[in-house]
Design a binder for this molecule. Structure first.
Ligand code: CO
Length: 281
């Protein structure tokens, strides 16, 4: 076993997006964390931070994965999909050649908390038809131990020392994404097998964990070294960590607002298609 170690730790930057939703940007496209483009965390109990929502807007060339922890949002898109995003639910949206959607809060008070991850698509799939999938909380497999539990949103989860191999709610795709929500009791420890081919990130959103010698405090994101396993140990209070992995695409990335393509010419085409009403067809 070759355990991954922490090579860099960053904290997110506060920003706002959509109609003016306050959020924390944990990953930006400029960081080059191929195949990941962006990771946003939203967490507020102040309605004015989220009420504006994300009115109708386009995407082309990548996938978005929204994981709700608290609160209630409604997704609607040009394909006629309506998705109720409730606590514990995931929305897996493949923009492909184009999707136009909105994500609006369905509450006027209370906590709204969750994540949105952008995963790149290879050039050969950027123009494929859009696809949309709602995953209900009860459809996310969970592996439960006496002092830990793992929600397997995407990919395959294998805890070293356990025979079980748990397939996630979402599987496959060019980047073979791994997306785990790991909950650990105080001082609990576990080792996850992670594909050697993958870039792996860890984000502590409750408590603190150690990975190797390094303590990852709450709201810190770690870029991990190469390896085939991640060993997590919680501190003196319970912890929750996202483990996100994916196979790098190693293609040029040109990002402009909601469009992520391989070349500037493809971005110009996306802008023209959107303006002329031809983004999605
Ligand atoms: Co969007």
């Amino acid at each position: 076993m070759n355990s991954r170690v922490v090579v860099e730790v960053t904290r997110g930057r506060p920003t706002s997006d959509g109609g003016g939703v306050r959020l924390t940007r944990l990953i930006t496209p400029q960081q080059g964390l191929d195949p990941f483009l962006m990771l946003d965390e939203f967490d507020s109990s102040e309605a004015s931070d989220y009420l504006a929502g994300f009115p109708a807007h386009p995407h082309r060339g990548f996938e978005t994965v929204t994981y709700m922890l608290d609160g209630h949002m409604l997704h609607e898109d040009h394909l006629g999909n309506r998705g109720d995003l409730k606590p514990g639910a995931v929305q897996w949206m493949t923009a492909g050649r184009g999707i136009i959607h909105s994500e609006m809060p369905q509450q006027v008070a209370g906590r709204m908390r969750g994540f949105q991850l952008w995963i790149n698509l290879p050039g050969s799939e950027k123009m494929k038809p859009a696809d949309y999938r709602d995953i209900d909380p009860e459809d996310i497999p969970e592996q439960v131990f006496s002092d830990a539990s793992i929600k397997v949103i995407a990919g395959q989860c294998q805890v070293v020392g356990s025979d079980a191999l748990i397939a996630g709610a979402h599987g496959g795709g060019a980047t073979e994404p791994l997306y785990l929500d790991v909950a650990l009791s105080a001082h609990a420890s576990l080792t996850l097998a992670t594909p050697k081919s993958h870039r792996v990130l860890a984000y502590t959103f409750e408590g603190a964990v150690s990975i190797g010698e390094r303590v990852l405090h709450q709201n810190e994101l770690a870029q991990l070294s190469e390896g085939n396993a991640v060993c997590l140990t919680a501190g003196p209070i319970p912890a929750r960590v996202l483990i996100i992995g994916g196979k790098p695409l190693r293609e040029p990335v040109v990002h402009y607002g909601p469009f992520v393509m391989n070349t500037a010419a493809e971005i110009e085409q996306a802008v023209r298609d959107f303006r002329s009403g031809h983004l999605t067809a």
